[in-house]
Design a protein around this ligand. Structure first.
Ligand code: HPA
Length: 274
């Protein structure tokens, strides 16, 4: 485990040698939501392959780079291309960027994702503020020896998604005239989409949306005491709701359709961050 701290130190040392400021907020961009990065001013891009010890991406539609700059008048870093468990990555790899951000001195994180709508009141193109998550059937990123330097063995998840940041997000949405739904994100391992029976079961236990990312990152961020805001883009209705098959193209297509409202919302939230 000392190795992990050494690896992180090397990664952070490299990033600090390239970037002269410490971002206030890290933003993880979900599938099809990468356009937000274009709104960042004074961009300094660092491809993952240049960063010592940083993992590499494999999914179509996910580039691999960190984009440093200013958004809404604040210093930020956006992560274009995240690491999923379904790619075969160990959890340690999936959450490595989050640990990197914390070690750079970044206290806040916005996690975004494409998700299937489980709540039948949702429609594709909706944005959903994540109020809590369900991760019952999935591996925990903190399994194994605890990294005491990072956080406690049994971290609390009762308010994983910061209440004050949720208020700011709802206020921003209202001011911009953007409808922002709220709900519970359920994490499934993928890469196959869920079955209709699984979706019915998830709805029964309280899920509003389902996706294949985000929760490991949030658990890791909370382990280290970072403040978290989460937004899902409902790119499709989850399996079995409509009489049509699910596919990745639809996910990317809907992401493209909402990118403008998504980008304005996130920029405004960042500008009003407290
Ligand atoms: N299920 C899981 N992950 C997803 C979905 C879905 O329906 N849509 C986008 N990501």
């Amino acid at each position: 485990m000392k190795d992990m701290m050494k690896k992180l130190a090397r990664t952070v040392e490299y990033l600090k040698s390239k970037i002269s400021f410490t971002p206030e907020i890290a933003i993880i961009l979900g599938s099809g939501l990468g356009k937000l990065a274009d709104f960042i001013e004074g961009r300094q891009e660092i491809p993952y392959e240049e960063i010592p010890n940083f993992p590499q991406t494999t999914v179509v539609g996910h580039e691999g780079k960190l984009i440093f700059g200013r958004l809404g008048g604040r210093n930020v870093v956006a992560m274009k291309g995240r690491f999923h468990y379904y790619e075969g990555n160990d959890m340690e790899v999936v959450v490595y960027p989050i640990r990197t951000f914390k070690h750079m001195g970044i206290p806040n994180i916005i996690v975004t994702n494409a998700a299937g709508g489980v709540n039948t009141g949702f429609v594709p193109g909706d944005l959903m503020l994540i109020t809590d998550h369900i991760s019952l059937f999935c591996d925990n990123p903190l399994r194994g020896e605890n990294l005491d330097d990072l956080g406690p063995r049994f971290p609390d998840m009762s308010k994983a998604y910061d209440r004050d940041l949720q208020k700011i997000a709802l206020e921003s949405a209202k001011n911009l005239g953007i409808e922002l739904k709220s709900g519970i994100y359920s994490y499934c391992k993928g890469p196959s989409f869920e079955s209709p029976a699984e979706i019915r079961a998830l709805r029964l236990i309280g899920a509003d949306a389902v996706g294949m990312s985000t929760v490991p990152e949030v658990i890791t961020a909370r382990h280290m005491g970072m403040r978290v805001l989460g937004i899902s883009c409902i790119t499709n209705m989850a399996a079995g709701i409509l009489d049509q098959p699910l596919n990745h193209e639809e996910v990317m297509e809907t992401g493209k359709q909402v990118e403008k409202k998504f980008s304005s919302l996130v920029s405004d939230i960042v500008a009003n961050w407290k």
